[in-house]
Ligand binder design. Sequence first.
Ligand code: HEC
Ligand code: HEC
Length: 462
Amino acid sequence: MTTLSTQRLALRTGLGLVALVLAGGAACTSSPTQTSAPRRVCGRMLYERHCTSCHGSAGLGDGPGAGVLEPKPRDFSKGTFRLVSTENGVPTDDDLYQVITRGILGSAMPPHDHLSHGERLALVTYVRGLTRSRRADIAQAQAADEGSPMTREAALEAAFELPGPPVELPAAVAPSAELLAQGRQLYVNSCASCHDLDGTGGLRHDMVDDKGRPVFARDFTAGILKGGSDPAEIHRRIRCGMPGSPMPAYDLPDDDALALNAYVTSLIRPQAQSRLTQVHMAFAPTETDDVLSADPASSVWDTVDARWVAMAPLQWTDHRVPGFLVQMARDDVSLGIRLTWEDSTPHSGGQNISSDTAAIRLSALNIPQFFCPGRTDETQEAWEWNAESGTSSIIQGQMAMQGRHHRGFYELVFLRDLSRLPERMGMSPQGASVTFEIRNGVAGVPDRSQNITVWHRLEEAP
Ligand code: HEC
Ligand code: HEC
C-alpha cells in the first residue's frame, strides 16, 4: 500500500518535472531579486535544457553536439572566458549575461535574448557555479595526487575568482586623419604579425587556444567580431585580451588605445556585422488574392515582402551560407514560403561533397530547444528539399516543393496545404516556432556543410 502511493507520488513528481522542462523552464521566469538558492535550481534546469547539447552537463565543452562544431564550445572548467571587461580577465556577471544574450558570432553559440531577464541571470549564476565547482574538482584531484589532500571547502575557496576592476573606457573622440595614421602605425608594429597588414587575419595557421585547438586572428574586414563591433567592446578586447586565446592584453595610454580602436574600426566593412547577426524574428504571412503556386518564378512573389534571415554554420568555413531572403504568403488554401540564397556551386557532386539541401522545421512549443546535433528533437513537422532531385516539384502528402538555380541564386518554394492541421503552420492564435537549415554541399560532408537558424516565430496572418 505504502509502496504503491510512494510510486504514484514519484510518478507525479516525475511528470511535473517533465512538464516544467517542456515549458522551457516556465517556472523559472524568476525576478532579478530572486534569492540565490531557487535561482541555482532554475539555472540548472535552463542550462540542462538549452546549453548541455553543446557545453555538456558538467560544462566541459563536451556535449553530444560538440564533436561537429568548429570552433568548439567553451570548457567552463578552464575558467577562461574570452569576452571580458576587467583588468584581471575574470568576467563580471554582466560580461556573462551579455554573451549569453548576444551569442557569439563566428561560432555556433546562439543568442538567448528570447529568455527572460531573470532566466538569463539564473544561467549566469549557474555557469559561474559550474566553473567554480569544476575548478575545485581539479584542484582536489591535483592535491590528492601530490599526497596532500584538500578539503572541498578549501578547494572551493581556491577556485573562487573575484572579477577585478573594469578597464576604463576613455571618452570617445571623432576619428581624424592623424588619429587613423597613429592607429595604423601602432597596428603595423604590434598587431599585423597576427592580424595581417590588411586586417584579414589569414596569415598565421599555427595558433592554438588553451585546449590546443586551432584559432585564427580575427578577419576585421568581414565584421565577425565575437564581442561586437561597438568601439567600447573593441577597446575591451585590446585592453583585456581574450583569455584562453593567443590574443594578448595591451596596457596602453588612452590616446594610443583610441588610435588603435579607430584604425581597427575603419577596417570593418559597414553593415557586415548586422547582416550576420542572428536575431529572433516573428513572421506573419502576407494574405494574397492570387493563387499561390510552387513555381519559384511565379510573379505572385514580386508583391510579397522579403526579409533577410542570418544563419550560423556548425563549422565556420568560407563555404558557409551567411543567410537567405524569406517571403511568406497565404491564399485561401495554402501557405507558401519562398527562400532565396546565393550559391555559386549548385549541387556539385564529388568525393566528400554532399548535396545542397534546405529544410524548414515547425514546432508547437513556444521556446523549443535550439536545433543543433545532440538536442532533443521537438519538431512537429519538417519539410526537406534536396537539390539532387532536380527542379521538378515533389509532392509529399499535402506538400509541394519546387526549386531552381537561377543566376547564382537558389529560389525555392515550399507550398503547404492548410486544409490539414493548419494550426501547425502558425495559422492559429498560438502561432508556431519555425527554424531553417541550408546545406552547401561543396563545404563537405553533411555536418560540415550545415547552416542553421535560431527558432523564429510564425504568427497568424494579420
Ligand atoms: C549550438 C551550440 C551551443 C549552445 C546551444 C550554447 N553554446 Fe555557449 N558556446 C558555444 C561555442 C561554440 C562557444 C565558443 C565560441 C568561440 O570560442 O568562439 C560558446 C561559448 C560560451 C561562453 C563563453 C563566453 C566567453 O566569453 O568566452 C559562455 C559563457 C557560454 N557559451 C554559455 C552558454 C549558455 C549559458 C548556453 C545555454 C543557455 C549556451 N552557451 C548554449 C556553443 C553553444
Ligand atoms: C599573437 C597574435 C596576436 C596579436 C599580436 C594580436 N592579436 Fe588580436 N587576436 C588574435 C587572435 C588569435 C584573436 C581571436 C581569438 C578568438 O577568436 O578566440 C584575436 C582577436 C582580436 C580582436 C577581435 C575581438 C572580437 O570581438 O572578436 C580584436 C579587436 C583584436 N584581436 C585586436 C588586436 C589589436 C588591436 C592588436 C594589436 C595591438 C592585436 N589584436 C594583436 C591574435 C593576436
